[in-house]
Design a protein around this ligand. Structure first.
Ligand code: ADP
Ligand code: MG
Length: 226
């Protein structure tokens, strides 16, 4: 799905003493078939940019057009629906619910979509099989390894068959082998025609053949790729 940002600015706590100008005029066009890596120092605005690209937060000024739809124009409930249908978000540190089983975590995004429990389970299991962690489906998320957590987080992001996959520092807490596994999964998704956006300062990610284009973010501004 094609994504466009037009002079996007983001302030946190605008007008208050703790105001942060996190994004300072971002123009960006991401083609539907592209895999883009966003790198840059901590605090440069990567997570903020991803949250806007994923329709999680809106820009303060400027506009985000995702799949031809202008996000700021959509009422909140449509924005939520849109996100649930089209975006798969892999959060930093994965954010699974520790007490729930892997299968419950993975199928959670389907709950608000009104899909029958049996169908939810079926889809969850298929995905866990594809990602090779089906043997952990009944384990609480608190009891699985880092690599398994990551696969479960990827499965949860894919459960709604999103056209856009967004990952925030997905390899930050993984060793080289698990990071390479993650990139292999992304390569498979790229073959399926997904749009992929990864924020990462891991050279393994930015130098990976799966990445078509690297963008460098600094102090809320996009600089030429480096
Ligand atoms: N919810 C928030 N409220 C206030 N400030 C925030 C919030 N989220 C991020 N920031 C600030 O915005 C800037 C960019 O943060 P972030 O997008 O998380 O950057 P990065 O992901 O590159 O580390 C930082 O100065 C950060 O402290
Ligand atoms: Mg971040």
């Amino acid at each position: 799905m094609k994504i466009e940002l037009h002079t996007v600015e983001k302030y946190y706590n605008r007008g208050a003493h703790n105001q942060v100008h996190a994004l300072r005029g971002i123009d960006l066009l991401i083609d539907a078939s592209e895999t883009v890596c966003i790198h840059g120092p901590s605090g440069s605005g990567k997570s903020t940019l991803l949250a806007i690209l994923g329709g999680i937060i809106g820009p303060t000024c400027g506009s985000a057009v995702i799949g031809g739809k202008k996000m700021a124009r959509l009422p909140d409930r449509f924005l939520t629906l849109y996100r649930r249908q089209h975006i798969g978000f892999i959060f930093q540190r994965f954010r699974l619910i520790p007490e729930l089983s892997v299968l419950e975590n993975v199928t959670l995004p389907l709950l608000p979509l009104g899909i029958r429990p049996a169908d939810r389970k079926k889809r969850g299991r298929e995905l866990l099989q594809r990602l090779e962690i089906d043997h952990r489906k009944d384990f609480p998320a608190a009891e699985i390894s880092g690599g398994e957590l990551q696969r479960a987080a990827v499965a949860r992001a894919l459960i709604n068959d999103p056209s856009v996959i967004i990952a925030d520092e997905p390899t930050a807490h993984l060793d080289t082998r698990l990071s390479e596994d993650f990139l292999t999964i992304m390569t498979d998704l790229k073959r399926l025609g997904k749009t992929i956006i990864i924020a990462s300062h891991d050279p393994l990610v930015s130098a990976s053949p799966v990445v078509d284009r690297c963008l460098y973010l600094r102090d809320g501004l996009l600089c030429a790729a480096s």
